[in-house]
Design a protein around this ligand. Structure first.
Ligand code: DC
Length: 227
């Protein structure tokens, strides 16, 4: 008999706090945390490294078979992306890689290539998985679905402060503009666009700090999982 695994799907726009909250929830529950945005970023990084742009469908399809991605977790539960044996976790966290990932994720071959990988992770482990299409496409039977959002200005402010803390020199206006463009691209693409699954609980963190958002998320998850 195979062991029952649980899946918590968290979707939402950029900067809604998905990664931070999903990682915490996973740690509390003893589940694996899977940040699927990082997987798209890693594919984008690989293509960029070889000079292939995110709109170059032929080039992407040609190189996709060479993309070997492994996921490892460190002691803090941070997800590390290993691309063909190299840890690219830090390299994929730049504004440039955000923009590339958003465009490349609209490529059908890329989505198809990553779909099975994501489902396999959820078959093998109980997971808290975050992304854009987890509740709608990747894990439509997830035990809990949450659509996490906040006003664009608030999300941009959080992202801006994150980038500043990492020593990146950015202007708030540019962070906001990039985020709005990404929201648009991610929601308007034909394939697996960002949208709230019909059975997802909406969690708007505009007026919440991190602790309040984490507590609200925990309440939803525990109630749905019957814990
Ligand atoms: O969550 P993130 O900002 O790291 O995601 C980067 C991009 O990857 C995002 O703009 C859209 C894409 N993405 C996606 O299309 N589907 C997912 N499940 C996760 C991310």
């Amino acid at each position: 008999m195979t062991k029952r695994t649980y899946a918590v799907a968290i979707d939402g726009p950029a900067g809604a706090g998905k990664s931070t909250l999903a990682r915490r929830a996973a740690r509390d529950l003893g589940f694996y945390y899977v940040d699927t945005g990082a997987i798209y970023r890693t594919v984008g990084y690989h293509m960029d490294f070889y000079g292939i742009g995110p709109r170059d469908t032929d080039g992407i399809n040609r190189l996709l078979g060479d993309v070997n991605i492994a996921i490892r977790y460190d002691d803090e539960g941070v997800q590390h992306m290993i691309l063909n044996g190299r840890d690219v976790t830090g390299d994929i966290r730049t504004p440039e890689m955000s923009a590339i990932a958003s465009v490349i994720s609209a490529q059908p071959a890329v989505r198809e290539y990553l779909l099975e990988m994501q489902r396999e992770l959820a078959r093998a482990h109980s997971v808290v998985m975050d992304g854009r299409d987890i509740g709608t496409v990747v894990l439509p039977d997830a035990d809990v679905k949450i659509f996490l959002t906040a006003d664009p200005e608030v999300r941009a402010r959080r992202r801006y402060e994150e980038l500043l803390a990492r020593g990146e020199k950015v202007a708030f206006e540019n962070v906001l503009a990039d985020l709005q463009q990404r929201d648009r691209q991610d929601s308007e693409r034909k394939l697996a666009p960002l949208k709230r699954a019909r059975d997802a609980v909406l969690l708007d963190t505009t007026e919440m700090d991190l602790e309040q958002a984490a507590a609200a998320l925990e309440t939803i998850v525990k109630e749905r999982l019957g814990l």
